[in-house]
Ligand binder design. Sequence first.
Ligand code: NAP
Length: 285
Amino acid sequence: MAAKILDGKALSRIVRDEVAARTAQLRRSGLVPRLAAIVAAQDPASLAYVRMKRRWAEEAGIESGTFEVDETSSTGEVLAEIARLNRDDNVHGVLVQHPLPSQVDEGRVLLALSAGKDVDGITPASLGLLVSGAPGFRPATPLGMVTLLQHYGIEVRSKKAVVIGRSVILGKPMAHMLLELDATVSIAHSKTDDLPGLVSAADIVVAACGRPELVRGEWLKPGAVVLDAGFNKVPGREKDVGDCHWPSCSEAASWISPVPGGVGPMTVASLLANTVAAGEAALAG
Ligand code: NAP
């Protein structure tokens, strides 16, 4: 293997320790940071993600609570909970775990959440702040990837980057965050012609398409930096699989994030970093 590892597991430990130190400082000042999660009650994967986020939050001294949305909950009920959380000065961050049950209008729920509490950075208000270049909470997964690049001292300015995927929570904000760091950015999607050709010109490749092992090492410019956000269950495979083909990409790249242990833990650490920042902002008034 030629590539060095963008070790999200190790870096997430460092970020979580920093969060814990900041939380302790907040508590000494009389503020207990709190994170509220809104989650579909009947979705085992969502419940497991939220449990893990809550466990890491509590380990870092952030209190957490969960509002479960079941198959009988209406959009109005969830909106009422959002309004309550927006008003509650003891809650600093709110996480809306996608997907909510289908009868709930998730778009309206996100629209209603106050940008100051959107620690996952995915509401239209937060995304608007990102696109305007204004301060605000950046989406947790792209923030985790950018933190990895910065921690390992990877130059982004003037580099060619390609982001494969254009979802609102991942591909689009990641492209904007790379643009903020002065990369020249292309966004690829399912209708992109000649994806291998586009990838072969890129110094930085962000795979965020949810297609197991789509990106092949033969596509990469030798020495490219590869961030793999993919997290895919593949029948017959014990471990989750990334969007990049590990054996070939880890040969061709200079740096690569593994799956698991790369972008996943950094997403949760970034959510906690945003939550403690929300607590600090509340204390500052
Ligand atoms: P999504 O909403 O399904 O979006 C996938 C994107 O990839 C779409 O824009 C789609 O294009 C594009 N795409 C699909 N097939 C493609 C292809 N063959 N070539 C080029 N582009 C293609 O998925 P998502 O929520 O962004 O998630 C993407 C991956 O990241 C998934 O594996 C997910 O599990 C993972 N993820 C990881 C974390 C984490 O914390 N590590 C967090 C969120 C998501 P169109 O727009 O044209 O359909």
